[in-house]
Design a binder for this molecule. Sequence first.
Ligand code: SF4
Ligand code: MG
Length: 321
Amino acid sequence: NEAILEVRGLKKFYDIEQGWFKDNIQVKAVDDISFHVNKGETFGIVGESGCGKSTTGRTILRLDEPTEGQILFEGSDINLLSYEKMRRLRRKMQMVFQDPYASLNPKKTIKQILTEPLRVHQLYSKKERIEKAIEILEIVGLSSYHLERYPHEFSGGQRQRIGIAKAVILNPELIVADEPVSALDVSVQSQVINLLLQLQDKFNLTYIFISHDLGVVRHITDRVAVMYLGKIVELAETEQLFTEPMHPYTKALISAVPINHPDEKKERIVLSGDVPSPANPPNGCTFHPRCASCMDICKREKPPVISFDDGHTVACHLYTN
Ligand code: SF4
Ligand code: MG
């Protein structure tokens, strides 16, 4: 398995003003995470909202600058690349957003939206760019007579197909899809998921699939990282994560997914309390106020990341020694 992406010690901190006195508070949106993504796989990132999933995705594509850490794409550290090299690399790394309506310029026709990335990267002649747009539109299941129409004339599902076409038209290697079906009707979700799977086959794509929907994640990912308050608390091959979760947070998340295998038994673990504010995370293991297995050490010391031979990693004191 060849890694297309390697993330080492990634941190993304923000300063925000908070409270009556507008104190500057540091939010550790992503706090020292490391993982790799293999070429051709679908790597899932799951967790509740505010856990740092989207920030991780954006930082990997350098839409946000990391505070610290390395992002190696095909072996080169993208933070060290010149503007020009980064511009060329950007073609290989694309993003599909949750809300296609927000990511498609409402004043532009579909033809303009789809040909623009090609124009920006100085690819093809004008005529060829339009041919490409027609080709990709058909690949995502829309016909060419839509070319002169505007985003508002489409349904949510159609708009996400256009968002996907816009990402794929540059023939990228890696696509970060951030909650790509969460805004769509359930009936449309599986169509868009199937389209993503077809495109992965056709174009040899690697996906990072960010989602809070564990049912979808189990269906389409090969490996999954579970994030909680800016950290990866567990990472494993998908089936292993779902059948033998180790971290108490993962166990709770999975227990809330409806059972889809008849021989599967599980008890719903209800988490007490909400996710604490990332501006003021608990000491020690940041999950400890919500953890039924919390021990004394958990309140004082951050758990180390424990790695097993099969690539399963977990950050929890239950598994030390
Ligand atoms: Fe729970 Fe302690 Fe493990 Fe944190 S380290 S998840 S508090 S058992
Ligand atoms: Mg998000």
